[in-house]
Design a binder for this molecule. Structure first.
Ligand code: HEC
Length: 82
């Protein structure tokens, strides 16, 4: 599981951050909470992290990260928080 996650995030990482530098490949819960509260209430009510299961949040975030214009790193942070 951890290895698979790492492989996926490494792939996303190199695609989104061609210049490397300072971006961790696993999400940061505190940054995720900030990103979530700053971005996810712009278009609709802030949805509670407990409203959806973890495996439901993933496809939601795949969709919403595009709407919110989040980077891969920000998306991982929000998912870590959710
Ligand atoms: C640019 C506007 C915008 C931003 C920013 C945005 N959303 Fe959304 N969101 C929408 C719209 C529009 C919908 C309605 C349904 C759709 O597009 O499928 C929606 C729907 C949702 C839903 C409901 C999905 C469902 O199946 O019931 C959730 C949950 C959600 N957003 C979470 C988030 C989270 C978390 C973030 C922050 C990462 C976020 N949204 C940021 C526009 C946005």
């Amino acid at each position: 599981m951890a290895a698979a996650l790492l492989a996926v995030s490494t792939a996303v990482h190199s695609e989104l951050y061609p210049f490397g530098g300072g971006v961790t490949s696993t999400g940061n819960v505190n940054r995720g909470a900030t990103t979530w509260s700053n971005n996810c209430a712009r278009c609709h009510e802030l949805r509670s992290p407990t409203e959806f299961r973890d495996d439901i949040w993933k496809p939601i975030m795949t969709h919403m990260r595009i709407r919110a214009g989040l980077t891969g790193g920000q998306t991982r942070d929000v998912l870590a928080f959710l």
